[in-house]
Design a protein around this ligand. Structure first.
Ligand code: SF4
Ligand code: SF4
Length: 71
């Protein structure tokens, strides 16, 4: 069965563009596009949750593969 990628949700209305999530992602999954982060390489995401934990504004949510399947 093909691997299912996690889902990353970024709430633009809460994001202030600090780029912490981009700088600290160990897999370089996120990139800044203008003042907001975007998901650039979801296939590399390990759903470690670091971006979610580091975001000071609770603007990013990581939904792991198994949770995403349930939805
Ligand atoms: S969950 Fe981990 S690997 Fe995935 S985008 Fe966030 S920091 Fe990067
Ligand atoms: S850490 Fe949070 S507030 Fe900062 S750029 Fe990422 S999503 Fe936006």
């Amino acid at each position: 069965m093909p691997k299912k990628n996690p889902v990353i949700e970024i709430k633009m209305e809460w994001c202030k563009g600090c780029a912490f999530c981009v700088e600290f992602c160990p897999k370089e999954v996120l990139q800044m596009k203008g003042i907001y982060p975007v998901v650039a390489k979801i296939e590399d995401c390990t759903a470690c949750g670091l971006c979610e934990v580091l975001c000071p504004d609770f603007a990013i949510e990581v939904i792991a593969e198994d949770e995403a399947v349930k939805k």
